[in-house]
Design a protein around this ligand. Structure first.
Ligand code: PMP
Length: 345
C-alpha cells in the first residue's frame, strides 16, 4: 500500500529509524574479507558467547545459566517452543501479544491460553494463577511489550517469576526491547527465578533486524536441547555478522536510546487528550484505543490520510486499538500526530 502512496507517513515499522553504527558494519565487512564465511559452531562463535556469558554471570550469578547464539530472537522463540512444548500443552500468553507467539505455539501443537490485559496492559497475577491447569507448560512474557510499549513493574515481574517457580512452569522472558527501557533500569524475571529462559538479540538494540542475530540464556539442559535443535534447523547464526556483533557489544548506544525516550515523550504529548492509552515505558510503540468502531475501520481511515499504522487485531483477540510505531523522524512523527488528531474527532 505504501508503495502506491505519494508521500506516506509510515508509523507501522518495527525497527529503529537509525542505521547500524559504522564500527559494527566495519567489523562484519572485515570478517567477510578475512574469510570468516563458513559455518560457525552451532552454539555461536566462542568469543561472542564468552562475552555475553560473562555479562550474564555478572548480572545473575546463576551456576546453571548458559547462553547460545540464535538466528534472530525469532529463531530462539521457535526453538524454545520445539524444545519445551508438546502437543496438548498449554502456553499462557498475555493479550495483546507479539504476532508470532500464537502461531508458534500452534505450530508445535500447543494450546495458547490468552490472558486479557486490557485496558491498562498490566499483569494480574490472580488471573495468571487461575489460568494455570495441569496442562500448563509455559508462560510467555514480554516487557517492554510489543505492541503496547508498556513495561511491567517490579511487583509484576517478581510475582510472575515466583508464581512460575512455585507451579513448576517454564517462563520465557522476551527481552528484545531491553535497550529501549526509558524510566529506570530494566529488570528481568530471571533475577527472581533462575529457571527463566531469557530471549534477547541485536535486531532492535542496534537496528540490525536483517542480520538475524539473537541469543538465549537459561538452564543448561534447556539450552543444550535448543542447540541440538539448532543443529538440525538454522545450523548457526550468520558467521561474519556474529563477528560484527562483537563490535556491537563495545559500542555505546545510550544516545540513541535517550533520543527514543524523547520520541516517546513527543507522541505521548501529541496524543494526550485525543486518545485513551497507557503511557509506554519502553520499546517504540504506543497502543491507543480507537474513538469508535473497530481498529480495522480506523486504520482504513488513517490510510486514506496517507498514515500507515497497524490494527490491534493483528496482536489481539480484540479489534479495538491500533499500534503506532514512533521509530521515525520527528518530522514524520509530527505529521502522523496531526493526522491522528484530525481522526480523533
Ligand atoms: N519479540 C518481539 C516482542 C518482537 O517485537 C520481535 C520483532 N518484531 C521479535 C521478538 C523478533 O525479533 P528478531 O528480529 O530478533 O527475530
Amino acid at each position: 500500500m505504501a508503495s502506491t502512496m505519494k508521500n506516506p507517513i509510515n508509523l507501522s515499522i518495527g525497527q529503529p529509524d537509525f542505521d547500524v553504527p559504522d564500527p559494527i558494519k566495519k567489523a562484519s565487512i572485515e570478517a567477510i574479507e578475512q574469510g570468516k564465511n563458513a559455518y560457525s559452531m552451532t552454539q555461536g562463535i566462542a568469543p561472542l558467547r564468552e562475552r555475553i556469558q560473562a555479562d550474564i554471570d555478572r548480572r545473575f550469578q546463576h551456576p546453571d545459566r548458559q547462553v547460545y547464539i540464535s538466528s534472530g530472537t525469532s529463531g530462539g522463540l521457535v526453538l524454545s517452543m520445539l524444545a519445551m512444548v508438546n502437543p496438548g500443552d498449554e502456553v499462557i500468553v498475555f493479550d495483546p501479544y507479539f504476532v508470532m507467539y500464537v502461531p508458534l505455539i500452534q505450530l508445535v501443537g500447543g494450546v495458547p491460553i490468552l490472558i486479557d490485559t486490557y485496558p491498562d496492559f498490566r499483569i494480574d497475577l490472580e488471573k495468571v494463577r487461575s489460568a494455570i491447569t495441569s496442562k500448563t507448560k509455559l508462560v510467555l512474557f514480554n516487557s517492554p511489550g510489543n505492541p503496547t510499549g508498556v513495561t511491567a513493574n517490579l511487583d509484576e515481574i517478581e510475582g510472575l517469576a515466583r508464581l512460575c517457580q512455585e507451579k513448576g512452569i517454564a517462563l520465557i522472558s522476551d527481552e528484545i526491547y531491553s535497550g529501549f527501557h526509558f524510566d529506570g533500569a530494566m529488570r528481568s524475571p530471571a533475577e527472581f527465578n533462575p529457571d527463566t529462559i531469557v530471549i534477547d538479540g541485536f535486531s532492535k538494540s542496534h537496528a540490525m533486524t536483517g542480520w538475524r542475530l539473537g541469543y538465549v540464556h537459561g538452564p543448561k539442559e534447556i539450552i543444550q536441547t535448543m542447540i541440538k535443535l539448532q543443529q538440525y534447523s538454522f545450523v548457526c547464526a550468520p558467521t561474519p555478522l556474529q563477528w560484527g556483533a562483537m563490535a556491537a557489544l563495545d559500542y555505546d548506544m545510550t544516545q540513541h536510546y535517550s533520543d527514543y525516550a524523547k520520541k516517546r515523550d513527543r507522541i505521548v504529548a501529541g496524543l494526550r487528550g485525543y486518545y485513551e492509552f497507557t503511557e509506554p515505558g519502553g520499546a517504540f510503540y504506543i497502543f491507543p484505543k480507537v474513538p469508535s468502531g473497530t481498529g480495522t475501520d480506523f486504520v482504513q481511515r488513517a490510510i486514506e490520510n496517507e498514515l500507515l499504522i497497524i490494527p490491534g487485531k493483528i496482536f489481539s483477540a480484540r479489534d479495538t486499538h491500533f499500534r503506532v510505531s514512533f521509530a521515525a523522524s520527528d518530522a514524520t512523527l509530527d505529521r502522523g500526530i496531526e493526522v491522528l488528531r484530525k481522526l480523533a474527532t
